[in-house]
Design a protein around this ligand. Structure first.
Ligand SMILES: *Cc1c(COP(=O)(O)O)cnc(C)c1O
Length: 456
């Protein structure tokens, strides 16, 4: 058997990407105030800012788009998607939304009240923000191994059951439901084992609490289960997915991830208790219950995408791309969060820029350098994203300085990954020339998106 794992597709439609000169990139970055979020996407060669809604659709999805029924109410496309979602999740109630955060806002708005508390392995930032907006405390309880970047563990996304139980005992009255994010995006795209999902659901049940899963990357999680949890080695992905969902009472989804589409989201619920409130609120802000903020063609593309996202050849290739880049980084002596997750690689900027002081934001500096060197766009997950400037002008820093490279689905080939690995290895060789930054202008919240920088 050949060992090279190839892209399990061929290319039917291409979108050119533009090579720029170093001088052009310097000008672009200066114009962007040294913040890659402010670059024009056209000036980026390889865009690894996010895997959310950025992937390539298949010829079958594009064909399905022509089947879109744009009727306002009761569209055929809605019923087609509902059937697919019911089959995969085993849940009766399907509520489409325009993206994942809308699903979160609707569900939390219907179920949570001020003073509540919600445990999760790690809340994604929009999940946390939608809870905190309602004065609900979002508590992250990922296992200790999940918080150590260099430590390898097969299921670093698992939730710490002992800590959950302690919380259920001490604060049970405040907990409307437990959440679990698969894969754990904030924790590095790390998977949750079936054993952990099963035990967490049973624990919540003992205390009378429902389990709501954040299932943005349920297919990638299922593939990790197949590869790393021995009893599932011969189980088809769809059966693993169905078992994962069987433990949940409901779920929120961003279809922009494993839905393989560019826009969309949904809520599913096993029983009817919150459904009426949710549908009423949906009509107010998203749209009629059979389209929920999406066009009929979007619903069609998602119906196909959900099935394609569970294909084993695709998933094997998908997880392998991150692992492959990890192997190349290892060979170049560059540190990263181990093992590589499903959708991204998180580079430890300190392993490339060990001498740069934290007040010069080494992860931000590395992000800029990747763009200047190779036209690659990643995102800083370090002290700009998570640090704060306090009222007295001093700064707090994050405990890690990471650069996240997140991979759009079915978009880049092995040569793109080889190129990126070469850029990074070269950068490490010339790390002395990489310049740090200082913040010139920043908003009060979520400063990384819009802040302006100058060279330190
Ligand atoms: C992307 C994401 C969301 C939010 O979904 P959007 O479609 O971006 O609104 C929620 N949870 C997780 C884990 C995500 O990755």
């Amino acid at each position: 058997m050949p060992r090279t794992l190839i892209e399990p597709f061929r290319i039917k439609s291409v979108e050119p990407i533009r090579m720029t000169t170093r001088a052009e990139r310097e000008a672009c970055l200066e114009n962007a105030h040294l913040n890659v979020f402010k670059l024009r996407a056209e000036d980026v060669l390889i865009d690894w800012l996010t895997d959310s809604g950025t992937g390539a659709m298949s010829s079958k999805q594009w064909a399905a788009i022509m089947e879109g029924d744009e009727s306002y109410a009761g569209a055929r496309s809605y019923f087609r998607l509902e059937a697919v979602v019911r089959d995969i999740t085993g849940m009766t109630n399907f509520i489409p939304t325009h993206q994942g955060r809308a699903a979160e806002r609707l569900l939390f708005g219907a179920v949570c009240k001020s003073g509540d508390l919600v445990p999760n392995n790690s809340h994604f930032d929009t999940t946390r923000a939608n809870l905190e907006k309602l004065d609900v405390e979002a508590v992250d309880l990922v296992i200790a191994e999940g918080r150590q970047p260099s430590l390898s563990h097969p299921f670093k996304g698992n939730i710490d059951l002992a800590r959950v139980e302690a919380l259920l005992i001490a604060q049970g009255a405040r907990i409307p439901f437990g959440m679990l994010t698969v894969t754990n995006n904030t924790g590095g795209g790390q998977p949750v084992s079936m054993a952990n999902i099963r035990a967490y659901a049973a624990l919540l049940k003992r205390y009378g609490k429902p389990l709501i899963m954040d299932v943005c990357r349920f297919s990638e999680n299922a593939m990790f289960i197949k590869m790393r949890e021995p009893e599932y080695a011969n189980t088809p992905i769809k059966a693993i997915v169905q078992e994962m969902f069987s433990y949940a009472d409901g779920a929120t989804m961003s279809s922009k991830k494993d839905g393989m589409v560019n826009m969309g989201g949904f809520i599913v619920l096993r029983d009817d208790r919150w459904v009426e409130t949710l549908r009423n609120d949906l009509v107010l802000t998203e749209g009629f219950p059979t389209y929920g903020g999406l066009a009929g063609r979007d619903l069609e593309a998602l119906a196909v995408g959900l099935e394609e996202g569970m294909q084993e050849d695709y998933l094997r290739y998908r997880l392998r791309t991150a692992e492959y880049l990890g192997e190349k980084l290892d060979a170049a002596g560059i540190g990263f969060v181990k093992p590589t997750g499903g959708h991204a690689v998180y580079i430890d900027a300190r392993s490339v820029l060990p001498a740069m002081p934290q007040q010069h934001y080494p992860a931000w500096a590395l992000c800029n350098a990747l763009y200047l060197e190779g036209g690659i766009r990643g995102v800083e997950v370090g002290s700009v994203m998570f640090g704060k400037r306090l009222a007295d002008g001093t700064e707090t820093y994050h405990n890690m300085e990471l650069v996240r490279l997140a991979f759009p689905r079915r978009m880049y080939t092995q040569a793109h990954f080889d190129y990126a690995a070469e850029v990074m290895a070269d950068l490490k060789q010339h790390a002395g020339a990489v310049r740090g930054v200082r913040i010139v202008k920043q908003p009060r919240l979520l400063r990384h998106f819009t802040c302006e920088m100058a060279w330190a």
